[in-house]
Design a protein around this ligand. Sequence first.
Ligand code: NAP
Length: 277
Amino acid sequence: MQNIVIESRQLNMPKLGLGTWPMVGDECTRAVVQALELGYRHIDTAAAYENEDAVGRALVESGLPRKEIYVTSKVWWDKLTPSDMRRSFDNTLQALQSEYVDLFLIHWPGKGWDLVRTIETLISIKEQGGARNIGVANFPLPLLREVVEVMGAPLAVIQVEYHVSLAQRALLQYAREHDMALTAYSPLMRNKAAEIPAIRRIAEKHGVLPTQIALKWLLEQPNVAAVPKASSRANQSSNLASFNVQLDDDDRAVIASLPKDQRVVSPEYAPQWDPPT
Ligand SMILES: NC(=O)c1ccc[n+]([C@@H]2O[C@H](COP(=O)([O-])OP(=O)(O)OC[C@H]3O[C@@H](n4cnc5c(N)ncnc54)[C@H](OP(=O)(O)O)[C@@H]3O)[C@@H](O)[C@H]2O)c1
């Protein structure tokens, strides 16, 4: 049974989800069906991944009631005018063969955008019932504060890169203080976490995989969820089994002492990031 990240705001989001980028087409459908068979109940997709239709087919093929699966999707940063955003959102629902998404995120901050109108549109998508909850991804703290505190947007989730080698202390503290979840993307550092000697030593000590150490470190933190992408049955299963790993205080101290400024996702359209604290 997967833990629920936070229950307030009716979020009820399972802590471990399946990341789906860059899978598309049948490969993506197969991977999502397989994950749902293994017990995953949280799937992370986005309009920009061009796989919402493949995810939608998997939701149907799984035979599970839609309400048992937590589905997140996102709108791309060049589709943030009210009309573009609504069109993108309608396409998302159609591709997912769903009447709603559990969580709808702005994927990246826009450029030269009308922030107020964008956030009003996001809120109205929630108020009209198309998204059970709303949030943002890749927003630095000052922008998140403006949206939450100045605009009063009822955000439930901030999704950002977070793993053993990247600190997100300020955002995480903010999320906890405002009853939000922080979803960690690239939680395995796109495979680099398993290569860190200290992580490998901790894994050896417990007789588990380095990837499981990296994931359990995230999953045991209050208000934190993680969406590792895995395509094979073996990797999906072992990631799910990371819930069973027990870290001790020595392990946590070793992980705390790792360099915390190793960002693996920073495209040209990224905002100015918060300093890693
Ligand atoms: N909001 C955003 O801007 C944003 C940005 C990036 C990512 N994301 C989301 O976050 C998800 C995950 O991030 P990511 O894909 O960047 O990186 P990741 O999850 O850190 O790493 C994925 C890589 O790890 C491998 N892997 C997974 N489990 C493994 C295991 N147990 N043993 C060995 N290798 C394993 C996968 O290989 P196999 O596939 O072969 O299993 C894949 O190559 C994405 O799929 C996407 O949904 C969001």
